[in-house]
Design a protein around this ligand. Structure first.
Ligand SMILES: O=P(O)(O)OC[C@H]1O[C@](O)(CO)[C@@H](O)[C@@H]1O
Length: 431
């Protein structure tokens, strides 16, 4: 992962070179804290040890029964789905099994998806760290029943990734299902480089060692200075910009294969840093598509955005045929890759021209090694940002209120939150 901060110097809000150098003292202190957390394999920091600790052979042997699958259905939500989906969408090859994700409980979508799948040749990858998440467990019960109705033995088609306890662990043990651990001390949104994110990549036959090697390279690059560590440069600059008013971070990859990465990044950034009234709101965009929907706002709207432009430097070409169409001949003979790169550079310059802070992030290509480095790099950037902001990066207490309310509404116990839902204020306008 290569990071260019040129687009934040002199922007509004922006960060000067001097400020970055002053901030680098705090980065050195934060890095010591992160290194100490890693040395003690402390909760949260332990995620940054995964390249050295993940057992790739265990993943490969757990999914071995499924490598002939025509389809892979991941049943999980949040960190238990987005990492696997990011790797699957980025690395998908023409001969890979199709990958689907059930990370919502939509009563129309779920049965429609299940009806469309070859269930007897589908691998079900059910993932939940807690093993108690309502959406994941209810979806899995629906999937299990659909398989039974289709005469398919779900215990032959299911691999489980979960914690040491919980419903899923009990189910896996009761039916002797192939299962993988969610490593202890690793929050869901930081678990892509564990079995949580790698099981599907293993079923697809991707090079897990290359993913790990890319992540290990990024781990080795962590040092006490943002001027030597791309991940820390990104985290520190984003933090400094948020303090100066850039409270939105628009993650804009210029590659279709990285669109799901922007979703993964959104959970990482939002759930880790959104605390104590602080945080930077991640939004998702896609280059060049959203130049034609969002760019107007980015350039001429409220000055509260950082735009992160992400691209692979090595990408396929796809020649644009010569044409004599009026005003288009300039395109003939170049490639879609050239056009997309020109759009990337032009959009960066257009934002800079209107003083909007831009950070350019480049990866060598869209391959296992580059993805490993990018995912690890952004995790380390997030941990550093959290250290600088003084927030507890590895917890997400604010999500529990809604879970208790929903559980109470469905008769799953007495919860004051459920009563609060009933007592909500309404000002309903009917047609
Ligand atoms: O893996 P689990 O325990 O099912 O949780 C899924 C997701 O739900 C959250 O706990 C938020 O509700 C996320 O942090 C997590 O990634």
């Amino acid at each position: 992962m290569h990071v260019d901060l040129g687009g934040v110097l002199g922007a509004t809000p922006g960060v000067s070179r001097d400020s970055l150098e002053r901030l680098d003292e705090q980065v050195a202190t934060a890095h010591e804290r992160i290194a100490a957390g890693r040395d003690d394999h402390e909760r949260g920091y332990a995620a940054l040890n995964l390249p050295a600790r993940v057992d790739l052979d265990a993943i490969r042997s757990a999914v071995a029964p499924f490598t002939d699958a025509e389809a892979v259905l991941t049943v999980g939500i949040g960190g238990s789905a987005l990492g696997a989906a990011t790797l699957a969408d980025a690395l998908a090859g023409p001969d890979d099994p199709d990958v689907y994700v059930l990370d919502n409980v939509d009563p129309e979508h779920v049965p429609r998806l299940l009806d469309s799948l070859p269930l007897e040749r589908t691998a079900v990858n059910v993932v939940s760290k807690s093993g108690t998440t309502a959406e994941t467990l209810s979806n899995f019960l629906v999937v299990r029943e659909a398989m039974a109705d289709a005469g398919v033995d779900w215990t032959e088609r299911t691999v489980v990734t979960t914690g040491e306890s919980g419903n899923l662990r009990a189910l896996a043990d009761a039916h002797d299902l192939p299962s993988l651990p969610v490593p202890d001390g690793v929050p869901g949104r930081f678990s892509v480089l564990s079995p949580v994110g790698l099981a599907v990549a293993a079923i697809q036959g991707h090079d897990l060692d290359a993913i790990r090697a890319g992540a290990a390279e990024a781990a080795d690059s962590l040092s006490g200075s943002l001027f030597e560590t791309p991940a820390y440069a990104y985290g520190a600059a984003a933090y400094a910009l948020a303090n100066r008013g850039a409270t939105t971070n628009a993650m804009m990859p210029y590659a279709e294969r990285l669109e799901t990465f922007a979703e993964w990044f959104a959970q990482l950034w939002a759930e880790s840093l959104g605390k104590d009234g602080l945080g930077q709101t991640p939004t998702r965009a896609l280059g060049a598509t959203d130049q034609h929907s969002q760019l107007q706002l980015y350039r001429a709207g409220p000055r509260e955005k950082l735009v992160t432009l992400l691209r692979p430097t090595d990408r396929p070409a796809c020649p644009i045929p010569e044409t004599d169409l009026e005003g288009l001949s300039y395109l003939g003979g170049s490639t879609l890759g050239d056009l997309l790169d020109a759009e990337f550079d032009a959009t960066g310059a257009s934002l800079a021209a209107s003083g909007v802070p831009v950070i350019r992030v480049e990866i060598d290509g869209i391959d296992e090694r580059s993805l490993g480095a990018l995912l690890y790099g952004m995790e380390a950037a997030c941990v550093l940002y959290g250290e600088l902001a003084g927030v507890s990066t590895f917890t997400q207490p604010a999500v529990e209120w809604g879970k208790r309310a929903a559980r109470g509404l469905l008769g799953g116990g007495e919860f004051e939150e459920a009563e609060a839902v009933e007592e909500r204020t309404s000002l309903r306008i009917d047609p």
